[in-house]
Design a protein around this ligand. Sequence first.
Ligand code: IMP
Length: 423
Amino acid sequence: MAVDLLLGLQWGDEGKGKIVDVLTSNYDIIARFQGGPNAGHTLEFDGIKHVLRTIPSGIFHESAINLVGNGVVIDPVVFVQELDGLDQFNIDYKKKLVLSRKAHIILPTHRLLDAASETAKGKAKIGSTLKGIGPTYMDKTGRNGIRIGDLELDNWKEKYRALANKHEALIGFHDVKIQYDLKELEDEFFTAVDRLKELTFIDSEAYLHDAMDAGKSILAEGAQGSLLDIDFGTYPYVTSSNTTAAGACTGLGVAPNQIGEVFGIFKAYTTRVGSGPFPTELFDDTGAEMAKVGHEFGAVTGRPRRCGWLDLVALKYTCRVNGVTQLMMMKGDVLSGFDKLEVCTAYKYKGETITHLPFNIEPENVTPIYTKFDCWKEDLTQMSDPSQFPKELNEYIDFLEKELQIPIKIVSVGPDRTQTIHR
Ligand code: IMP
């Protein structure tokens, strides 16, 4: 049995939470493989809107097991808040939620270090969500981290103290003032750890291998987007994990030949939060309209998202890096009634026209070249079948499929579970 992957192909916020929720009924296990509470996966059903941060987006379904993989970083404080948020839905999370012993833990001092490091960067700041993600992954690769499995050992608090002391020294090293009350933060942290210990910790790679042997179906859920990948994203304005398909192998212990379908999600336009280059960004009324109609505000930080046209150069690149087999286009409904649409199909780069993503895509290096389209005028949000699609939407979809050579299998026309059209 293969593991299918679901990934964001842009700078995150493509709508992965909604699609995982829609697809969950086809799978026995939903497994998150990277990132942490910097993610905000929004789901809407029965008139309720819910944002998940670390917990996989299959948690609302009856039967699926939701697994937090070794590649994820877990903040016990945020995790417990998420559990509390689930209480209103009567979810038996002790049964339906399992955590990898190899997942690393975000300490309160990781969050403080994130703040100190970002503040010290001044104008060059990444625009981090300040959830402690970068410092936690640094401790992972530095071989200093504390993992979920450590919580089962008697001496883990000694390990904690040594690491927290080191972090305090590092915070002092940054030439910035960070106000904090560590005692208060630690009280909150240790209380949350006690709650976390009531959950089921597992050797997740063995669990997944056994599940595959038993013929169970698995969907691996990515967080953030491919252009935020630590290797293939717009470095240094990226997150600290591999958000691309290979991250599912390292973040779950799944071998490359066990990967089945790779579902790639993209918006009909592009958004980005935080700093960093964004060639097709719009600074005019059209960009402002996308942000307004699309409710483009960060699910975690509430920050307004930057908006722009679809960038096919970047999308082709992320489709190739991930080996995408099926595409899903989100938020086409947001563009209804726009005067016209534009899609970037090439860049002007050092006097040449290129169609691959170069090393440096700062505005001074690349100028997007656009193809123009007529935009659909009809409201898509009530449609339920592709036969209802306006001609202009079909032309847009056909063009993208031809350029990318990958079928667009789902067109999402609104935030609700039911507003999902299969082609
Ligand atoms: P960090 O991972 O919180 O340190 O943030 C690094 C960069 O990734 C910043 O530009 C963030 O805005 C961006 N980022 C992190 N998580 C998300 C997400 O879930 N959606 C969109 N952008 C994100």
